[in-house]
Design a protein around this ligand. Structure first.
Ligand code: PHE
Length: 436
């Protein structure tokens, strides 16, 4: 595609909604509440907030700058900055594939739960919710729903950047906020909800400032903000030149934190109100919540509303890592978007099937998750920071952050300082610690 024919997102709001769509997903709604529950409640939120500020936002800005400056897919973008750095783009594409290999599976679970809530079968079954979840896991249905989710994503991405991704995000993100607020209000009226607030908002600072917790918080910041794997590079390649990168990254981060917080405010009061413990971990959404819904009037309706929320949030994220691969294939191999999207979807189906069958006795689910969130994303973010500061011309970041001197004149040097010293050192420290 030639430079001037390249697609771009519409106005400021579109850019924020699309990027926040990538960021807000299972990370905020499913992963955050149970990690926060285990690691100090509100104190974890404080550490998470600090991580977003110290590493998440600067790393996102570095990616935005790379993407918007080059206007290319992840591989093309890094290559056009320096031919020795294109591997950083490849690592992003590979990471997107690894994430595809397990993310669609969990997204598929939520699709199944949405269907089973809507048709009432979930609440009519004689099995307990735990048994239902196990029976579901033991069957082929997860694979079926996972493929359905990939096809849903495929449908949006193959329609293109503007008519597909942008349009879908503009509809789905506001819907997601409305549903989340509605759920939070509904839950507040449940008996004993106060216990949940007390638990979630009680600060255990001793727990939260343990090195292990800080590590978890940073990992959560990378995963949740979709940084370190070329996703924000790809999206920023569709930003307009006058887009204010700093305010976009702030808005995206604030929305992500807000949704994480709201998700906690839905889940914990509900859990306590039902007299359950928040120790279910990952199963909290698929076992504990249905249990709670079943005790409410209009159980199926509330349950369906909740799983619509999870499906929407996941979908705006799956389209973003699908796009990383699709844009790479289409631009690097000069394929049409339809063909590139089809190849990407076929690859995703293959990877998910592998995960599903745990081929060769390897637990791909855990492996893919570990490799992407704990290794590739932190390393990718670290190296992107190093590239934009130490290997680009001196004013590269400053020009991008200030749109050539017209905005953010005072704050840009602060970000550059962070990118130069604070962010890389912090990531490096955590990365090394993680290994030891
Ligand atoms: N940020 C997404 C979430 O929290 C996951 C994601 C990671 C999406 C990397 C795109 C790229 O669910």
């Amino acid at each position: 595609m030639s430079e001037n024919k390249r697609a771009s997102f519409g106005g400021k709001l579109s850019v924020i909604l699309v990027s926040a769509g990538s960021a807000i997903g299972l990370g905020a709604i499913w992963r955050f509440p149970y990690i926060a529950g285990k690691h100090g409640g509100a104190a974890f939120l404080v550490v998470f907030l600090l991580s977003v500020l110290a590493v998440g936002i600067p790393a996102m800005l570095a990616e935005f700058a790379v993407g918007r400056k080059t206007r290319k897919n992840a591989v093309g973008a890094f290559r056009s900055l320096s031919k020795y750095w294109s591997w950083l783009g490849y690592s992003g594409v590979i990471c997107a594939m690894l994430i595809s290999g397990y993310y669609y599976i969990i997204a598929g679970w939520s699709l199944e739960y949405l269907v089973n809530s809507a048709d009432g079968s979930m609440f009519a079954s004689s099995l307990t919710f735990k048994e239902q979840f196990e029976a579901f896991q033991g069957s082929y249905r997860p694979l079926f729903y996972c493929i359905a989710f990939i096809l849903l994503t495929h449908f949006i991405v193959s329609r293109g950047v503007e008519k597909g991704i942008e349009k879908a995000s503009r509809i789905m993100m506001p819907a997601l906020f409305v549903i989340l607020v509605l759920m939070a209000v509904r839950v507040a009226f449940m008996p004993n909800a106060v216990e949940g607030y007390r638990f979630f908002l009680s600060c255990d600072f001793a727990e939260a400032f343990k090195p292990e917790t800080i590590m978890m918080a940073m990992g959560q910041a990378f995963f949740s903000l979709s940084v370190g794997m070329g996703c924000m590079v790809t999206y920023a390649s569709y930003f307009k030149n006058n887009n204010n990168l700093l305010s976009t990254s702030f808005n995206v981060s604030i929305l992500t934190i807000l949704v994480s917080l709201l998700a906690g405010l839905v889940i914990f009061p509900a859990v306590f109100s039902a007299g359950l413990q928040p120790t279910e971990g990952p199963a909290i959404v698929f076992v504990t919540l249905p249990e709670i819904f079943s005790g409410m009037p209009l159980a199926a309706v509330w349950s369906a509303i909740f799983f619509v929320l999870v499906v929407l949030a996941s979908l705006t994220s799956t389209i973003s890592f699908h796009e990383v691969i699709t844009a790479y294939l289409s631009e690097e191999f000069k394929l049409s978007r339809k063909v590139s999207a089809a190849i990407t979807s076929a690859l995703s189906i293959l990877l998910c099937t592998m995960t599903f069958f745990s081929l060769f006795g390897v637990d791909f689910f855990t492996l893919f998750d570990y490799l992407s969130a704990n290794i590739i994303m932190p390393l990718g973010a670290l190296l992107t920071c190093i590239l934009v500061i130490w290997f680009m011309k001196k004013n590269f970041m400053k020009e991008q952050l200030t749109n050539n001197g017209s905005v953010n004149k005072y704050i840009a040097p602060v970000v550059v300082f962070m990118l130069k010293y604070v962010t890389p050192l912090l990531i490096f420290y955590i990365f090394i610690k993680n290994f030891i």
